[in-house]
Design a protein around this ligand. Structure first.
Ligand SMILES: C[S@@+](CC[C@H](N)C(=O)[O-])C[C@H]1O[C@@H](n2cnc3c(N)ncnc32)[C@H](O)[C@@H]1O
Length: 296
């Protein structure tokens, strides 16, 4: 761990690693896809369990994450692919496989992304509002905050942040940007602090930041795409494991498994979602929920 920045060390304890590995049940000669390679924490654990003929397809749409993971893992059994996990069907085919043994999705952002102030994900960032995981994408959080109509901002806040003060915040955003553009994360976070009249235990801008990030990165659309694709990509007996960090994601995963169980395509392995135990080392894991299923 000596080569790892102090603030990135928790990442080297991937979330619920024992529970994830238990559900994924890695076979030595199997082929696995990690759709959210991030800092390579879970991938390293998969690799420990794979034999020399096993393969891992490591996907991330973030260029920095992919190069960090490639440098960290340095393993010829891994194919590193910069793409969106919603395209996992095409990715698997391009890698030369008809079907694979397991898929892991650990949704949301990595600590590397949060800690990199220039990426504009953090309340404290003095950098431009950005929030793109894929820097090739054209839509940034700045565009949404400074160019979108008030009604649309309110809708995004309600739908993706479940923010109770969505109308008030949208109004404050539009009135503030009339004076001058809202350029940095800090400026936007302060505006929400004003609407809420201060800061509680959780920063009042948490829901707004979550909503913007989900919208800018099309996170729920991508999740739907990946879940649908997993049905045809997994072998019979193959496993799908998903870790989510907020209720919108977890609801999507839960409903997917429910629907596929009824169709007879998946056996659900987690009646209730698995949550972090008292010994969980990664502080970012507090809200994590893990669900898994086996393709029939
Ligand atoms: C929580 S981190 C994964 C951490 C990783 N499991 C580890 O142990 O280091 C989530 C990662 O998924 C990536 N990501 C999120 N949505 C994606 C998508 N639709 N397609 C590809 N990568 C995505 C993010 O860029 C981020 O690096």
């Amino acid at each position: 761990m000596d080569d790892v920045r102090e603030d990135l060390r928790p990442l080297h304890c991937p979330v619920m690693v024992d529970e994830v590995m238990g559900l994924l049940n890695v076979k030595r000669e199997g082929v696995y896809l990690d759709g959210t390679l991030g800092m390579g924490g879970h991938a390293a654990e998969v690799l420990k369990r794979l034999g020399e003929n096993g393969r891992l397809i490591g996907v991330d749409k973030d260029e920095d994450a992919l190069s960090y993971a490639a440098q960290r893992l340095q393993d010829s059994r891994v194919s590193f692919i910069r793409d969106d996990f919603s395209r996992l069907g095409a990715i698997v085919k391009d890698c030369g496989y008809a079907e694979i043994d397991g898929i892991l999705l650990d949704l949301g952002m990595s600590m590397g992304q949060v800690k990199d102030m220039g990426r504009g994900f953090s309340f404290n960032s003095e950098y431009r509002l950005d929030m793109r995981m894929d820097n090739r994408a054209s839509l940034t959080a700045w565009e949404v905050v400074n160019r979108y109509k008030m009604e649309k901002i309110e809708e995004i806040l309600k739908e993706y942040g479940e923010e109770p003060r969505s109308a008030k915040i949208a109004k404050a955003v539009v009135s503030s940007r009339k004076r001058r553009s809202i350029d940095t994360c800090r400026e936007l976070a302060s505006l929400v602090e004003e609407v809420y009249g201060g800061r509680g235990k959780t920063h009042p801008a948490t829901k707004l930041f979550q909503a913007l990030r989900i919208y800018v990165n099309g996170e729920l659309t991508a999740l739907h795409g990946a879940l649908e694709a997993s049905v045809s990509v997994l072998k019979a007996g193959g496993r799908l494991c998903v870790i989510s960090y907020h209720s919108l994601e977890d609801r999507t995963v839960k409903n997917f498994f429910k629907q596929e169980k009824l169709k007879g395509t998946f056996n659900v392995l987690t009646g209730k979602p698995v949550t972090p135990g008292a010994g969980e080392k990664n502080p970012a894991a507090r809200s994590a929920k893990l669900r898994g299923g086996q393709k029939l």
